[in-house]
Design a protein around this ligand. Structure first.
Ligand code: PMP
Length: 391
């Protein structure tokens, strides 16, 4: 373990991976010890167009030559923000036409929760068991796992958790509820896909009661699940959409998106109800604009579908796997026990393939390859994984 890392970087567990990256390119991480890893988790669903995509590097370079930070978010007209917001809203339903940029996913969710409270004048929030929405106090309050909440109580009051995918309990959403926050597919919950029709029922219940539906597409967004946004699979439109991770093409950027009517509520009573210094950093927005162009031009949502099918095909005869969950290129392999998952991940790491875990489901191995991973590289990685699953 690197001595300065051990001494000066705050650890988040007693057992960090400790991999030392020197360069990264496309689907590869090149390490200090001379080894090369195929990155099958994309910095956890971030590098969806691969590491250091030339279009992203160009956009960053061009913006570096113009300006970096100039003013807190929302005061100056910064071309990269405006240009990207226009492009982003052009690929969203017409009711999602107003973007508030943040720096991270959790900050996008914080903004969305505040917006829903202020717009509705209500305080109750509904979230789901095994959800993950981030680690700041508001997002943690709607994250459905008590072991992560308990050390930090008191959290936000008036939050109620329902079982994800359960139809009956949706009747608990009533006229007191400001918002319901849900991931289309629970990522940290182990790539859990709800039963078909559930989101439509949830949408109808929100419409009936006036609760705002927030869909957290921080992990599922930007092509990962086989459509540009996962809500498209469900045939519904959220009132507020939260985004981050893959949006910036490797640069930090988050956003909550809603209608101008809902978003206007942050303008007044008081003015500056929600502000951020670095939200929508111009370099991140320039990178995001280039990233979205690549995703659309190369039709990477479709490719995510193909990746998912290819992986499932390759895993068909692996007896260790009890279930393959997820959609498109957002997959979780349930191998029954935490130690099985650990064994497989470690074997793959030793043999040049980076896989990951999920926060709430220890027996699930996470796969989130770059959506433009070359076919031969994907098969090379799958050779390693299928071998690991035989051990
Ligand atoms: N929501 C979801 C669904 C996530 O997967 C994550 C990150 N794993 C977050 C929110 C938080 O994003 P960030 O780490 O950028 O704060």
């Amino acid at each position: 373990m690197n001595k300065d890392f051990a001494r000066h970087i705050a650890w988040t567990s007693d057992d960090p991976l400790g991999v030392e990256v020197i360069t990264a390119e496309g689907p590869y991480l090149h390490l200090k010890n001379g080894r090369r890893l195929i990155d099958l988790i994309s910095g956890i669903a971030v590098s969806s167009i691969g590491h250091r995509h030339p279009s992203v590097l160009n956009a960053i370079q061009e913006q570096l030559n113009r300006h970096l930070h100039v003013m807190v978010y929302g005061e100056f007209i910064q071309e990269p923000q405006v240009k990207f917001a226009r492009k982003l809203t052009s690929v969203l339903p017409s009711s999602l036409d107003c973007v508030y940029f943040t720096m991270s996913g959790t900050e996008a969710n914080e903004g969305a929760l505040k917006l829903a409270k202020k717009y509705s004048g209500r305080t109750r929030m509904i979230a789901f068991e095994r959800s993950y929405h981030g680690d700041t106090h508001g997002s943690l309050s709607v994250t459905g796992r008590t072991i992560y909440q308990d050390p930090f109580r008191p959290l936000l009051p008036d939050v109620c958790f329902l079982p994800f995918g359960d139809f009956e309990s949706l009747s608990r959403i009533d006229e007191q509820v400001a918002c319901v926050i849900a991931e289309p597919i629970q990522g940290e919950g182990g790539m859990r896909v709800p039963p078909s029709g559930w989101f439509q029922t949830l949408r109808a219940r929100c419409d009936h009661t006036g609760a705002l539906l927030i869909m957290d597409e921080i992990q599922t967004g930007f092509g990962r699940t086989g459509s540009l946004f996962a809500f498209e699979h469900e045939g519904i439109v959220p009132d507020i959409l939260t985004l981050a991770k893959a949006m910036g093409g490797g640069m930090p950027l988050g956003a909550f998106v809603s209608s101008a009517k809902v978003m206007d509520t942050l303008r007044r009573n008081p003015p500056l109800s929600h502000v951020t210094t670095f939200g929508g950093h111009p370099v991140s927005c320039a990178a995001a604009d280039a990233t979205l162009q690549v995703l659309l031009r190369e039709n990477l949502s479709n490719r995510a579908q193909w990746i998912g099918e290819t992986i499932r095909q390759r895993l068909k005869h692996s007896p260790k796997i009890t279930e393959v969950r997820g959609k498109g290129a957002m997959l979780g392999l349930d191998v029954g026990t935490d130690s099985n998952a650990q064994q497989v991940v470690n074997h793959c790491l030793d043999h040049g393939v980076l896989l990951g875990w999920t926060l709430h489901s220890g027996s699930v191995i996470r796969l989130a390859p770059p959506l433009n991973i070359p076919e031969d590289v994907l098969h090379e990685a799958m050779d390693v994984i299928t071998t690991a699953l035989c051990h």
